[in-house]
Design a protein around this ligand. Structure first.
Ligand code: FAD
Length: 518
């Protein structure tokens, strides 16, 4: 017989990607008691491996995905306003390639893109002469005409963390490195077993279970929740390469490929250009997706069709891959599979089980709101929908800069205000901290100093903050997800961070996990 569960909550959300973190935040804000469990680090998988665009998805118009594009376009400005430090508007240049889509088709697409949702911040599209526009300079000479349109950029991994921080500040318990290994449904509640990294297990009783396991959603139902799979996922790997900066201006490019796919080349982390993505059916272990030589060659070849200086595999300084959990609509071509999501609420067998199928970073808030609407009623949530118009942690700049004007210019005003308040801080470091933490950089800088430097621009006070408030437990959490400092550091500098984290956090790790339960 199973032991009665000693720990109780209204909801357990399984999966600390963007969808799980978003749902946990929304439900906690509605007054429910929530536990979020993630088997690895927050955003360890798909949600830190995206192209990082807050976008409607121009190319989905070709697949007649009008409802999805409209929903995503409408979310862009809602998101940009909620955390202007980690998201900002980005202009995209599409060089016209006469062998690809005709001008009239691109114009119709951009007209729809401009008009399908309300825009206050993002400028509309226009045609540019690439012989004069700065974006023409790094391109091959025969690209003379281009189209420019707007979308947004997001630090995907930090978006997940900010949702988890907000959830925790609204009362949720966030457990990283705890996997949900078993869930048994009763008429009123789920009895759940979680397993920590070191093998410790804990039992939990919850009134509802949310399966936000992303690419593992189907596997979670079959292997852990003993529930039927009514839908299936198509797992499609997408890879990106990072090279040293290929151009000086701040626009991104969208390039059309002869196979009808598109790739982006995006200014990244100041010194770099991000190029992606591929679409390759994924058959291996979900957590083990890696770029292969064919994908690298494909991305280099397509980028080199446009840039004057060819991009070579030897130029690649970093790469990453993620697995898209796409709702299987039986499309033959992986690029054509729908990027929309479905929420499946199953309450027939007793306590509710909500499964998230598919989704995009861009639509996470809307998805979370719909998920919380579905669960809020049966669980008797004291409050209703609240996230539209709400800020994420650090995103409300008004105490430092006054009333918000535009998310992009507000960020520059925040940097100026922080520089005034902390005149001794190096400008580059201040800018990085403002981007990562928004107004909370002020609290970090106002403490008893940043402490000793562990690696260039990374001080003990920031590491302590990441550990205490953002669930950072390893050097990888810090270097590749809470920040992207890993990209800027040498191997020796990364090792220094590794040694520091091992020395300071290893022993603290299990203690912290235990305290989270109390
Ligand atoms: C290459 C690529 C590019 C993309 N580009 C964009 C883009 O530009 N814009 C956009 O809007 N979207 C983009 N997307 C889509 C977007 O990234 C995903 O839809 C989104 O990140 C999925 O989030 P998720 O929370 O569902 O999944 P995940 O981020 O994978 O989170 C699921 C989590 O569940 C955890 N988990 C699984 N099983 C268990 C268990 N038993 N117990 C505890 N935890 C468990 C996993 O460890 C994982 O962290 C892109 C995706 C890819 C792959």
């Amino acid at each position: 017989m199973r032991r009665a569960a000693p720990f109780r909550a209204d909801v357990l959300v399984v999966g600390g990607g963007i969808n799980g973190a978003g749902i946990a935040r929304d439900l906690a804000g509605r007054g429910l008691s929530v536990v979020l469990c993630e088997k690895d680090d927050l955003a360890a998988h798909t949600s830190s491996s995206s192209t990082k665009l807050i976008h409607g998805g121009l190319r989905y118009l070709e697949h007649y995905e009008f409802a999805l594009v409209r929903k995503a376009l409408a979310e862009r400005e809602v998101l940009l306003r909620s955390a202007p430090h980690i998201m900002w508007p980005l202009r995209f240049v599409m060089p016209h390639d006469p062998g690809m889509r005709p001008v009239w088709m691109v114009r119709i697409g951009l007209f729809l893109y401009d008009h399908m949702a309300r825009r206050e911040v993002l400028p509309g599209s226009r045609t540019v002469d690439l012989r004069r526009h700065p974006a023409g300079a790094p391109l091959k000479r025969h690209f003379r005409k281009g189209f420019v349109y707007s979308d947004g950029w997001v630090d995907d991994a930090r978006l997940v963390v900010l949702n988890a921080v907000d959830a925790a500040e609204r009362g949720a318990t966030v457990l990283t490195r705890w996997a949900c290994v078993d869930a048994r449904r009763g008429p009123q509640a789920w009895q759940v077993r979680l397993q920590g990294e070191g093998g410790a297990t804990r039992e939990l009783g919850v009134r509802a279970l949310v399966n936000a396991a992303g690419p593992w959603a189907a596997q979670f139902l079959a292997e852990h929740a003993h529930a039927p799979e009514r839908k299936s996922l198509r797992l499609v790997k997408g890879s990106h390469i990072v090279v040293r900066r290929l151009f000086e201006h701040d626009h991104a490019y969208i390039f059309q490929n002869p196979d009808k796919r598109i790739i982006f080349a995006i200014p990244y982390e100041g010194d770099f250009t991000l190029i992606g993505t591929t679409d390759v059916e994924h058959g291996g272990a979900i957590g083990a997706a890696r770029i292969d030589a064919t994908e690298t060659a494909y991305l280099c070849e397509q980028a080199s069709r446009y840039f004057e200086h060819p991009v070579q595999p030897a130029d690649v300084v970093w790469s990453y891959s993620g697995v898209r959990p796409l709702l299987d609509d039986e499309s033959g071509d992986p690029s054509a599979v729908t990027r929309d999501y479905e929420l499946e609420l199953d309450s027939a067998g007793g306590a509710p089980l909500l499964t998230v199928w598919g989704g995009k970073i861009t639509t996470f808030r809307k998805l979370a709101e719909e998920a919380a609407d579905l669960l809020g009623a049966p669980l008797g949530a004291p409050k209703g929908a609240w996230t539209r118009g709400a800020f994420l942690p650090g995103g409300d700049f008004s105490a430092l800069i006054g009333a918000p004007q535009r998310p992009d210019t507000d960020f520059m005003r925040l940097v100026a205000a922080l520089a005034k308040r902390h005149p001794g801080i190096d400008a580059q470091l201040l800018h990085r901290l403002a981007r990562a933490y928004g107004t909370r950089a002020d609290t970090l800088l106002a403490g008893s100093g940043l402490g000793p430097q562990v690696a260039p621009g990374l001080h003990e006070a920031e590491l302590a903050h990441l550990h205490a408030n953002e669930w950072a437990h390893s050097a990888d959490d810090v270097l590749w997800r809470r920040t992207k400092l890993g990209l800027h550091y040498s191997a020796a500098e990364r090792d220094a961070v590794q040694s520091w984290c091992r020395a300071h956090w290893q022993a603290a790790g299990s203690k912290a996990a235990e305290t989270a339960w109390n």
